[in-house]
Design a protein around this ligand. Structure first.
Ligand code: ATP
Ligand code: MG
Length: 240
């Protein structure tokens, strides 16, 4: 008998036509945990997150969330179950205001009280966003847009948050600010987080555990401390 797990990807494969994007991937996360998945361009990081959220079709294997099989369920059903994704490149609605972007994140929540509580929590977490509520989202800086994109995902009240390269295109200073906020969201709200990153150093410093993905396969996994000491990782990702 399997012990009940919070979230588990079991041996999934994803193909785009003849391209094998993911082959036999297995990843596990416990409730309240924060993990990173490290990989280079084209390794399959975004595909992995898209397979969880129902955007990429899983050809083989299963995805289990709180003992339910959610493999290939429609995206809105997955959001309603409590899984939210912050997509690569942030994708805020640039002509809508910051406030409207946040409201859209709560699209599937009916209870006004919960929406209000989430909204207040998001503004408390991101004071820089609160100062800019009536501004079109497209006029925010890159770092602010990343904060807004994370805030929008939090508005859906997720139990599991998926982050696709939160450091992309940001300066080292803003990147470290974003990772501190990610850690804070995990600690203070107990939200489980899976982040995929090319920035191995920052991601592994923020997570307790990690996986390395290459050509659609998991090639290494372990505690973040172990991975940061691993010569293969130092050579490939830490630029030593
Ligand atoms: N919609 C698609 N149709 C066909 N092939 C795709 C599609 N999306 C991704 N791929 C291919 O799947 C592989 C993995 O792509 P993916 O975007 O998951 O990589 P990634 O690790 O997120 O890369 P990056 O770091 O550049 O964002 C690549 O070879 C890519 O060309
Ligand atoms: Mg990607």
């Amino acid at each position: 008998m399997h012990r009940e797990s919070f979230f588990e990807i079991v041996n999934i494969s994803v193909n785009y036509g003849v391209i094998k994007a993911l082959t036999n991937i297995s990843v596990k996360i416990s409730e309240g945990e924060i993990i990173s998945i490290i990989g280079a361009n084209g390794a399959g990081k975004s595909t992995l997150l898209k397979s969880i959220t129902g955007i990429a079709k899983v050809n083989d294997g299963n995805i289990l969330f709180q003992s339910q099989d959610i493999t290939n369920k429609p995206p809105e059903e997955i959001v309603k179950k409590g899984i939210a994704m912050v997509p690569e490149g942030r994708r805020v609605f640039s002509t809508l205001t910051v406030k409207e972007n946040l409201e859209l994140g709560a699209y599937f929540i009916k209870d006004k009280k919960i929406i209000k509580e989430n909204y207040e929590l998001v503004l408390r977490t991101f004071p820089r966003i609160e100062e800019r509520l009536s501004q079109p989202a497209g006029t925010l800086s890159g770092g602010e847009q990343q904060m807004l994109a994370i805030g929008r995902a939090l508005m859906s009240n997720p139990k599991l948050l998926l982050l696709d390269e939160p450091s992309m295109g940001l300066s080292p200073k803003i990147t470290s600010e974003i990772f501190q906020l990610i850690e804070k969201i995990n600690k203070e709200r107990g939200i489980s987080i899976i982040m995929v990153e090319q920035n191995a150093l920052m991601a592994l410093k923020t997570s307790k555990r990690g996986y390395v993905i290459e050509n659609g396969k998991i090639v290494l996994e372990g505690s973040s401390g172990e991975l940061l000491q691993n010569p293969q990782i130092i050579k490939a990702y830490l630029g030593a």
